[in-house]
Ligand binder design. Structure first.
Ligand SMILES: [Mg+2]
Length: 232
């Protein structure tokens, strides 16, 4: 195992699907949505339409369940011929309510990893999404005590990572980012000279899929506990 000991002062952690489960609940919601519209069209068409609406709405309204609700409503309108029955609208609202208040599931090994790193490094959450929702999840997680602070970014691109570095008084090449998404947590950090640790996650979001950049600054771990082993 590669040692990163002594090279970094800060460790930045992605939140969704790195610290706690997230994507699976969106997938469940998609399935429920397809069931709701099963009298009108196929599950595949529902999914395609929902993805298209998400692509349109995320740049305008950001990430999170409210944008998802808008996307589902618009997809249902298009797929139901321009009219929405009230049972479809309230069915969508029920799906989004369940999505927003689902059981909170921490990923195995997260807490012991943070506990091990705390005191040795400044730990920062770098997540993207709806500010209210991400802060609520963070409070619910019980992980607040391990982190110096939380950064909720509008998006995780090169510019925002540069700003994140500046805000923490470090250089972009001194960023060490830990996360499950190649697109959000790995590629932009590598592009600005930082180092990234890719954690595993079974469920990948279609908007997050991209090829892993070829760099010796990308480290792939099998479990999050390996992060502490490399750093201490
Ligand atoms: Mg993530």
């Amino acid at each position: 195992m590669v040692s990163l000991k002594g090279r970094f002062t800060h460790v930045f952690f992605d939140a969704d699907d790195t610290l706690w489960e997230n994507e699976q609940f969106f997938r469940d919601a998609e399935k429920e949505f397809a069931d709701l519209l099963s009298d009108y069209t196929t599950a595949l068409d529902v999914q395609k339409m929902l993805w298209q609406k998400q692509e349109e709405n995320i740049p305008l309204f950001g990430y999170g369940s409210k944008t998802y609700m808008l996307g589902m409503t618009e997809a249902a309108l298009d797929l139901c011929g321009g009219r929405l029955d009230d049972h479809i609208y309230y069915g969508i609202k029920d799906i989004i309510t369940r999505l927003s208040y689902h059981e909170f599931v921490l990923i195995d090994g997260v807490e012991q990893t943070l506990k091990a790193l705390q005191g040795h490094y400044k730990l920062v959450v770098a997540t993207k999404g709806d500010l209210t929702e991400q802060m609520a999840k963070f409070r619910k997680s019980g992980l607040e005590r391990y982190f110096h602070h939380i950064e909720v970014l509008e998006n995780k691109d090169e510019k925002n990572y540069r700003e994140l570095a500046a805000k923490n008084d470090i250089l972009p090449e001194d960023i060490l980012m830990v996360g499950n998404s190649v697109k959000s947590d790995i590629a932009p950090v590598i592009a600005i000279g930082g180092t990234a640790i890719k954690t595993p996650h079974e469920v990948e979001w279609v908007h997050e899929m991209m090829e892993m950049p070829q760099s010796d600054r990308v480290i792939i771990v099998e479990k999050i506990e390996d992060v502490a082993k490399m750093l201490i």
